[in-house]
Design a protein around this ligand. Structure first.
Ligand SMILES: [Zn+2]
Length: 89
């Protein structure tokens, strides 16, 4: 292990946290051996039935209407599955 200051090259004491010449921090800014942060397990989205009408409206508002469009699209697909004779658009 190098005992020289990476900033000014002066020798430092073993285990010193700061350079004795310049006072610069000797702690590595980015520890190379740090374990990577484990990604949180993705939560599966709850079934739409659990939202209820109020939840759908609230989510639509919070997502600027995107959720409402997705919900409408899913309803349309479910409607098509129940009516196989309907002409596909
Ligand atoms: Zn130094």
């Amino acid at each position: 292990m190098s005992l020289y200051c990476p900033h000014c090259g002066q020798p430092t004491h073993a285990g010193a946290a700061f350079c004795p010449a310049t006072g610069a921090s000797l702690a590595p800014s980015t520890p190379a051996l740090a374990p990577p942060c484990p990604l949180p397990a993705p939560m599966p989205p709850p079934p739409l039935e659990e939202y209820g009408p109020g939840g759908v409206i609230l989510l639509s508002f919070l997502t600027c209407g995107i959720f409402g469009v997705v919900r409408f699209y899913q309803c349309a697909q479910a409607y098509r599955r129940e009516l196989p004779g309907a002409a596909p658009s």
